[in-house]
Design a binder for this molecule. Structure first.
Ligand SMILES: [Zn+2]
Length: 173
């Protein structure tokens, strides 16, 4: 803190430790950081983890997950992740997420994206990556709006009760 840097990073908390330990490490570091400088949690995180860390005073994140899990065919939605390679989506005419305004959801169905993924067509990975990046950008926008309107507490409770992290990165066929 004596160096008076323009901002501060919290690192080393995304290396596979259980989430309670990660949140504990963030809480421990956050108490020492000046309130008027940006705080950055390096290499994090899942959508629900970002909401939990904003609640603990973190401002910024970076993460490979939106594109990494897209390359496994997994998309983020408000209710959690969904693996688009699932066989029950083979004839699904709906978008990845019905309320989503991203290019992939406006123009392509789950069944077509599933076909692209199953055929190893690179467009499938690009569309799921687009959707996931849109999801993250939109999530942070909603967080900023909720904070500005002093309703982050109720917003985050509602988000976290709807969002269920699932391990759906593997094909079911
Ligand atoms: Zn979308």
């Amino acid at each position: 803190m004596a160096l008076d840097l323009p901002g501060y990073a919290i690192g080393g908390v995304s290396v596979g430790e259980p989430e309670p330990e990660m949140l504990h490490a963030v809480e421990s570091a956050e108490a020492w950081l000046p309130a008027h400088k940006p705080r950055y949690a390096m290499g994090l995180g899942q959508p629900d983890q970002m909401v939990k860390m904003v609640a603990r005073g973190v401002d910024m994140f970076d993460c490979v997950l939106p594109t990494r899990i897209a390359r496994n065919g997994t998309a983020y939605t408000r209710s959690g992740t969904i693996n688009l390679k699932r066989s029950d989506l083979r004839m699904d005419p709906g978008p990845i997420e019905s309320a989503c305004q991203c290019y992939a959801c406006k123009h392509f169905s789950r069944s077509y994206i599933r076909h692209l993924l199953k055929s190893d067509e690179i467009l499938g990975l690009r569309l799921v990556s687009l959707h996931n990046l849109h999801f993250y950008i939109n999530l942070m926008r909603e967080i900023r709006e909720a904070l500005a309107q002093e309703r982050f507490g109720s917003w985050s409770t509602a988000f976290l009760s709807e969002y269920k992290a699932r391990n759906e990165e593997h094909d079911d066929e």
